[in-house]
Design a protein around this ligand. Sequence first.
Ligand code: PMT
Length: 409
Amino acid sequence: MEVGKRVLLIISGGIAAYKSLELIRDLRRRDIAVRCILTDAGSQFVTPLSLATLTEDKVYQDLFSLTDENEMGHIELSRDAGLLVVAPATANVLAKMRAGLADDLATTALLATDKPVFVAPSMNVRMWEHAATQENMSVLQDRGVQIIGPEEGDMACGEYGMGRMAEPETIAEAIESFFLEAHENIGQRSDKKLAGKKAIVTSGPTHEAIDPVRYLANHSSGRQGHAIAKALAAEGAETVLVSGPTQLPDPEGVTVTHVKSAEDMLAACEAALPADIVVCAAAVADWRVANPPQEKIKKNGTLPTLDLVENPDILAKISQKGKSRPALVIGFAAETEEVVAHAQAKLAKKGCDWIVANDVSPETGTFGGRDNTVHVIDSETIEDWPTLSKEAVGQKLASRIAIYLEKKS
Ligand code: PMT
């Protein structure tokens, strides 16, 4: 199955429809495109204008619209997405799905689709517990429909119990997992785009010893570098991740070398070469203490002086011209101001092929956070990417790498 990362989101008429706006934002952040069908009842709660603005796409409402049918017929609409999601899914729409009714655009698309369907039920607790709804859910589940939630809690009607729609983040996570799995399944088949290539990725901070118990470091969590390594491996590249100290588990399918200092990181990268692709996402300390003592520095009334020396520049070394230079060397630029201009200067200075610039000012939350807003820069172009999860940045970068190497070969 060819899986486009696009969801057809069907919004039916429940009070939780307002949460669909948050769901769309969350999905866009995960680099998943959304197209909406809004039922008549759904339009009592959210406007087509809000949905069109957030999805940057047309909102479909009418089964008998001549213009819509001309542009994209309801059958095509139901199959163009990789996944159909009904959120909120009211008791009414669930009953229609079970019965196979097709009396509006939403139910027609649900009946006509050949794609998986997720539903996020949302209704009053009595309606949820009603034998009819429970039977409908069980039949839908048997047919392969995946049910997300509902959750227990206070309801808009004033009652308490089961029936509240799952939070947008929970629904978005389930959708993202679906696409990740679908992507990995594609990867297990013969069309892995980076099969036969070797990649080295650096990630995390480095720790530079001050003495046996203290060190110099920075706020990198390793999330971005680890996500890139995982995405390259999912595309079929034999991937070596050289990681500074992080709290993260080793990504699946990746060979991980754990290091502490910049010098260790350089040695591990050199040991892993040759490679076709190198991505330096680690926040390597620029300096280390010249001669760290073997014993702990004592607090004896005088302030210690730290003599710093410059660390080797791993990215610049790997980028050096030569027969065994990797075909594609990518650096990252962590900047706090004039992000693109400073990154362009780094691209030239370090001699890499692309540089991925990100703003690491504390207010962006890039260090350690789940999202990243990057600009991918080469000698000719600057590509501004929207704010995406670090996993989505990893996948988008892996796809861009695959396209570049294919064109180059
Ligand atoms: O780890 P996270 O919390 O997910 O955060 C991600 C990140 C912000 C750390 C990451 O996206 C990032 O920007 N990594 C590069 C950080 C950095 O050190 O940037 P820099 O501008 O100081 O260095 C430029 C490039 O040279 C980087 O590719 C760096 O890996 C490399 N470098 C720097 C110094 C050195 N001695 N050796 C190097 O290889």
